[in-house]
Design a protein around this ligand. Structure first.
Ligand code: PMV
Length: 316
């Protein structure tokens, strides 16, 4: 049996403005992973895809063309020059909450591609995995920037600008984030659409906000690469203020963000599409327990405390 795992992800700074060509930083979240297994099955049975969490199981041949998992499977098989309907049983499992901005769809697809490549003894080049996963992301999100598939396929912090090769970078020192789930589904398509309408109505104002966010993202990369972590918290807060101006925050997210800051987080913001999904808070080993408790007290469904550091690459 061949197995591969891919991490969840969060966007540290730069969501939404990344759609308009500005940079964003995303980091993997290895505490939650998607895993895919590929096993040969009896000759003549064809390929079966099963994803218990997505409530599905069935022959690949019967899956519609716009089914994201089937699409990425077909693309991976084609990229390898493998038969279109091989006698394989492929199953995927994920511990990544769905529609929370943690990249569950991209992680499932990345694990699937990497496990299929491993089955055929081919190395899973992250750029190729990322490109294949991007095709499934298009079905989920319409016009994604490509940041999710990139950070998940590389499994490392990435500096991402749409249409450019990603730059991988290493934090000077590991840092810790508390990620709190609001329990509200993030309506990413809706928020991306609303920002687009706002930008169409007032392009100069939105471009100015996007430029300001880009400055914060540049400063955050410097802070992370140089280990100046005291600079990062205020940058997260400033990014949050601009996301609120873009109209993608919401009272429940603001409530969690305020609770994290009051409990000692150095900075906090929404992460991903907004109006739901997760918030992130910059914490230390000392402040993490109090921030986690405050977030749960303020209504978070669950809190993941993750260390952003050196671990790299999909686990095959
Ligand atoms: O909700 P997520 O984490 O999948 O992120 C959406 C990020 C946006 O910048 C809002 C959209 C995009 O395609 O980059």
């Amino acid at each position: 049996m061949s197995t591969a795992s891919a991490p969840g992800k969060i966007i540290l700074l730069g969501e939404h403005s990344v759609v308009y060509g500005r940079p964003a930083i995303a980091v993997p979240v290895w505490n939650v992973q998607a895993t895919a297994d590929v096993q040969p099955q009896r000759p003549g049975r064809g390929c079966t895809l099963s994803a218990p969490q997505l409530d599905r199981s069935g022959p690949l041949a019967a899956a519609p063309v716009d089914d994201p998992l089937a699409l990425v499977t077909r693309l991976a098989l084609a990229a390898l020059g493998a038969p279109a309907d091989p006698d394989l049983c492929i199953s995927v499992h994920s511990a990544i909450p769905i529609a929370g901005g943690l990249g569950s769809g991209a992680a499932i697809s990345a694990a699937l591609v990497a496990a299929i490549f491993a089955h055929y003894g081919a190395p899973a080049d992250p750029a190729q995995v990322s490109a294949l996963v991007f095709e499934s992301e298009r079905i989920h999100h319409g016009t994604p920037s490509g940041i999710d598939n990139t950070v998940i396929a590389y499994g490392r912090p990435v500096w991402f600008v749409k249409g450019q090769p990603p730059q991988l970078f290493t934090p000077a020192a590991p840092f810790t984030l508390a990620i709190a789930d609001s329990g509200i589904t993030a309506p990413t398509k809706e928020t991306v659409g609303d920002v687009r309408r706002g930008w169409q109505n007032a392009p100069a104002r939105y471009e100015r906000w996007f430029d300001k966010i880009a400055e914060l993202v540049v400063a955050a990369r410097t802070a992370v690469e140089q280990g100046e972590m005291q600079a990062l918290g205020p940058l997260l807060n400033a990014n949050q203020a601009l996301l609120a101006r873009l109209g993608v925050s919401s009272p429940p997210l603001e409530h969690l963000i305020a609770a994290a800051r009051r409990a000692g987080a150095a900075g906090a913001k929404l992460s991903g599409g907004g109006r739901g999904g997760n918030i992130i808070a910059l914490v230390t080993a000392q402040s993490a327990p109090a921030v986690e408790a405050a977030l749960l007290q303020a209504g978070a469904r669950r809190v993941i405390v993750t260390h952003v550091g050196a671990q790299a690459g999909l686990v095959v």
